[in-house]
Design a protein around this ligand. Structure first.
Ligand code: GDP
Ligand code: CA
Length: 313
């Protein structure tokens, strides 16, 4: 069994590669829910949905979120009433949120709901929410640019403010008292290889590690855990990972990534563009594998998956 710690886009791409090289039913993703948000009363789990839609081949590669060929009638209707429309929800996507929200209200757990969504898309891998408890990633803005409040929820920072504002701290509200989701610790403990996907180390993998028990479970498997750097040549391919790392006192480089992951992973896979830093990664106490990590096609993703899984042995 292969278990992948996952945020959104970077993880989804790697998972799409992994299922090409091992039987999909043997793959489990433990997915960040710190980005989850309630909008218009609907419970939205952006990272779970990104992974689901990508594995189903239904994702929109241009936006990096949502579904291909989506329509926006419901948003137009909402706008007519002066409703908040900064968080775009497509018509087909809305069905997912209705299903999740209705079942949560009926007392069904997020893990079972996630399994229902995943099976609705015909997926063979197992997707597990990191927790069924409410954990909310909260960002403190460095210059009060939140429009009143200094602390905003992740989606307000990421979508409404377009992550164009400096952050002075991040916390995962509710994490201290949360429990790992059903199956999460077994998926880590029983995995042949644990993969830390190329996701944002601060706001995608950070929440997972903040759920009590998860970091210890991975640490216990450190020798079988391989991380893939989301930072390439000092920058994120997309999104604020590099800026957030710098703003929070990390070096935005593969060496900075190694310092964040060295306690939980024994190997870091870095991009060929960073080949000259392999020695510096090893100095941080991790084995280092250099390869092409920009998953611009399914073939590159499969090749990267093969290298990552091979790096654990
Ligand atoms: P989000 O939740 O959708 O924002 O996505 P993630 O948590 O997965 O984080 C986005 C990160 O994934 C960024 O730092 C990107 O640099 C990284 N990423 C996305 N695609 C790739 C890729 O093909 N290769 C690598 N190495 N990193 C990627
Ligand atoms: Ca995310």
């Amino acid at each position: 069994m292969i278990t992948v710690l996952a945020g959104g886009v970077g993880a989804a791409r790697l998972l799409a590669g992994i299922v090409q090289v091992v039987p999909p039913a043997e793959v489990t993703a433990v997915v960040n829910t710190g980005d989850d948000v309630v909008m218009h009363g609907l419970h939205i789990s952006p990272d779970l949905d990104t992974v689901t839609y990508t594995l189903a081949g239904a994702d929109n590669p241009e936006t990096g979120w949502g579904l291909a060929g989506e329509t926006w009638q419901a948003m137009g209707s909402l706008g007519r009433y002066g409703g908040e429309t900064w968080f775009n929800l497509g018509d087909v996507d809305l069905g997912t949120h209705l299903y999740r929200t209705g079942n949560l209200a009926a007392g069904v757990g997020l893990a079972e709901i996630t399994a229902g969504i995943s099976s609705g898309w015909g997926l063979e891998p197992t997707l597990l929410p990191m927790t069924e408890d409410r954990v909310a990633t909260m960002m403190t803005l460095a210059d009060g640019s939140g429009g009143g409040s200094d602390e905003v929820g992740f989606q307000e920072y990421f979508v409404r403010l377009r992550h164009a504002v400096p952050v002075s701290s991040v916390r995962f509200a509710g994490a201290e008292s949360s429990l790992p989701g059903p199956g999460v610790l077994d998926a880590i403990g029983g995995a042949d290889v644990v993969v830390v996907a190329p996701s944002n180390p601060i706001v995608s993998i950070g929440p997972l590690l903040a759920v009590p028990g998860i970091a210890d479970a991975i640490r216990a498997r450190r020798d079988r855990t391989v991380a893939v750097s989301p930072i390439i040549a000092g920058a994120a391919l997309k999104g604020p990972a590099d800026r957030l790392m710098r703003e929070l006192g990390h070096e935005a480089s593969v060496v900075g990534v190694a310092r964040i992951y060295r306690d939980i992973a024994s190997c870091l896979v870095i991009d060929s563009a960073d080949a000259d830093l392999a020695g510096a990664v090893e100095t941080e106490g991790m084995a280092c594998v250099v390869t092409d990590t920009v998953m611009s096609s399914p073939e590159v993703a499969a090749e990267l998956a093969r290298t990552v899984l091979g790096a654990a042995s």
